[in-house]
Ligand binder design. Structure first.
Ligand SMILES: *Cc1c(COP(=O)(O)O)cnc(C)c1O
Length: 391
């Protein structure tokens, strides 16, 4: 009997070690792992460069309080701002903390401007921003909020389908007390749904017009996964606030909220904090991840290999048009939408030593490490084809 609570639906499989795109299970089998901790292990399992960086820092100092200067964090923040829209960074430990910090930054900005009544956040219903108490009410999903009332106030909702086929019908949802619009650039848990570039542009335009803030949640789609450092870069849009996590730590818990200096000016001493957030160990691993992702050609290679992956998946879709409805996503954030409940399909893939994970709308989510090899993509394609044939 497990002493763990039953809040997860765990598969009956455990691992003794990992290497790159592969996991070795206690059952003796070797699995191709295109879950990678849900877009967390951006450089695969047991990456030697990350191991070295962590060991090096572990021998020096693991943790000091944010009451002191932390040079490793200064360095990581500087690099994140030099490469992006952002001017300032606050480090956290997880995605939910990062999105909640984003909400705090938005509210505090209007408070500092003498408009404390501007505090409501407009979100997409059934999006995903984490499992903490405010974050679940931000996503507004019945499944996630059920039994966790009272409802946290301060969130309004639009539907994703309002983005299609034309511009979002959100003008009337923005009220005098709206502080920000917060959306995932690519809805991850919701089914790998990209907000079209023209909609992102429209969101920016309307935020400018109404003088409110744009928060783009890049916890899952950010840090190179899309083929650009941030997925919103495809649209040319500059957000005000961006929570990140997952991929930035390469498997070590790291989260952060990035922001421009306009909103950062409100975050004066004492307004926010975290005991663990930004500690030297986490920051050293984060810097090592960026060493690889910022390396010349790294993102270009993601674009190249993901294009191949998408093309080949579309060929499979064309061969099995009654099974696969759509190949979704951007870069190495890939969704295979089925016409049926995807659970059995994912199980079949696993029976063939290939690990994937579900997302909303019957989507099989495929998340290779960002340094995945073509031979590994080919192996995945071969197994997917085999399962389609047998299905
Ligand atoms: C995973 C995720 C989160 C929450 O991250 P945690 O680290 O699980 O708290 C928030 N937003 C998005 C878009 C995510 O995919």
């Amino acid at each position: 009997m497990s002493a763990l609570a039953k809040n997860y639906n765990r598969r009956k499989i455990a691992f003794i070690k990992g290497k790159g795109s592969f996991l070795y299970a206690t059952n003796g089998k070797k699995y191709l792992d295109f879950v990678q901790g849900i877009a967390v292990n951006s450089l695969g399992h047991a990456n030697p460069y990350l191991i070295k960086a962590m060991h090096k820092q572990a021998n020096k100092v693991w943790h000091v309080s944010n009451a002191f200067m932390i040079p490793e964090g200064e360095k990581l923040a500087k690099r994140l701002t030099q490469k992006t829209f952002a001017d300032n960074v606050i480090f956290q430990n997880s995605g939910a903390e990062a999105t909640e910090a984003a909400i705090k930054v938005a509210r505090r900005y209007f408070y500092s401007k003498g408009k404390p009544y501007k505090n409501r956040i407009l979100c997409i219903r059934n999006s995903f921003h984490g499992r903490t108490i405010a974050a679940i009410f931000a996503s507004g999903s019945r499944k996630m909020t059920e039994g966790f009332g009272p409802k946290v106030p301060g969130f309004d909702h639009i539907r994703f389908r309002d983005f299609k086929p034309r511009f979002p019908n959100i003008k009337d949802k923005i009220k005098n007390n709206t502080a920000a619009i917060m959306v995932e650039t690519v809805l991850g848990e919701g089914g790998i749904k990209k907000i079209p570039d023209k909609c992102l542009k429209y969101l920016r335009k309307i935020c400018n017009k109404k003088k409110i803030l744009l928060i783009l949640d890049e916890v899952q789609c950010g840090i190179g996964r899309s083929g650009k450092f941030f997925a919103f870069e495809y649209s040319g849009v500059k957000p005000d606030i961006v929570p990140i996590a997952k991929g930035i730590g390469g498997g070590f818990p790291v989260g952060a909220v990035l922001m421009n200096k306009k909103v950062a000016s409100a975050m004066v001493p004492g307004t926010h904090g975290s005991t663990f957030g930004g500690n030297p160990l986490a920051m050293s691993v984060g810097n090592a991840v960026l060493d690889k992702i910022f390396k010349k050609g790294f993102l270009k290679n993601i674009k190249k290999i993901s294009k191949y992956f998408h093309n080949e998946l579309n060929k499979i879709k064309n061969d099995y048009p009654k099974l696969i409805k759509e190949v979704r996503g951007v870069g190495l954030l890939i969704g295979l939408q089925l016409f049926y409940d995807q659970k059995k399909f994912i199980q079949k893939l696993q029976d063939n030593n290939f690990l994937t994970i579900r997302a909303g709308e019957n989507v099989v989510r495929i998340l290779p490490p960002l340094n995945v090899k073509k031979s590994e993509v080919d192996l995945a394609l071969k197994i997917i084809r085999k399962v389609c044939r047998e299905f």
